[in-house]
Design a protein around this ligand. Structure first.
Ligand SMILES: [Zn+2]
Length: 72
């Protein structure tokens, strides 16, 4: 999806929803008590498939420190 092509329908008609909108909507991941990582949505406007990515790769270390890996 980040390459600009939908993995489901192969359309190149992708939109990226700006992170500012997600901060307002509260769609973010806590990285600390007062800090969050914004999420970008990449939406295929041909089929509706959507992927989400942490906007700033610098936030990934904070997420790794705060959240647990999957339970097995
Ligand atoms: Zn698609």
């Amino acid at each position: 999806m980040k390459s600009g092509q939908c993995p489901k329908c192969e359309s190149n008609d992708i939109r990226v929803i700006a992170l500012d909108w997600h901060r307002k909507l509260g769609a973010s991941i806590a990285t600390g008590i007062f800090s969050t990582a914004a999420i970008d949505h990449h939406v295929c406007v041909a089929c509706g498939y959507t992927e989400m990515y942490v906007s700033d790769p610098g936030d990934l270390a904070g997420i790794a420190a705060k959240w647990s890996p999957p339970q097995r």
